[in-house]
Design a protein around this ligand. Structure first.
Ligand code: FES
Length: 72
């Protein structure tokens, strides 16, 4: 599933990138910018930002179950 139409980044790419970043540093604060950079991409219109943040948070919670959910 494509979650960023500007860069054609998929959810699977994002999830794998977050896992790779956390494997390197389990306490890393994963941001959309860091994930895009790792993939060699650059956010353009930012319409995907909320979805990207949600997917990053999901993956981080999978990796660190004690992480509190994001604030509304
Ligand atoms: S939809 Fe992701 S940068 Fe435009």
């Amino acid at each position: 599933m494509i979650i960023c139409s500007c860069t054609v980044m998929t959810r699977d790419q994002l999830s794998a990138t977050v896992r790779a970043l956390l494997a390197e540093d389990p306490q890393m604060i994963v941001t959309p910018g860091r994930a895009f950079h790792r993939l060699g991409l650059r956010m353009q219109c930012a319409r995907c930002a909320t979805l990207v943040n949600e997917k990053i948070a999901e993956e981080v919670r999978r990796h660190r179950p004690d992480t509190p959910p994001p604030r509304p």
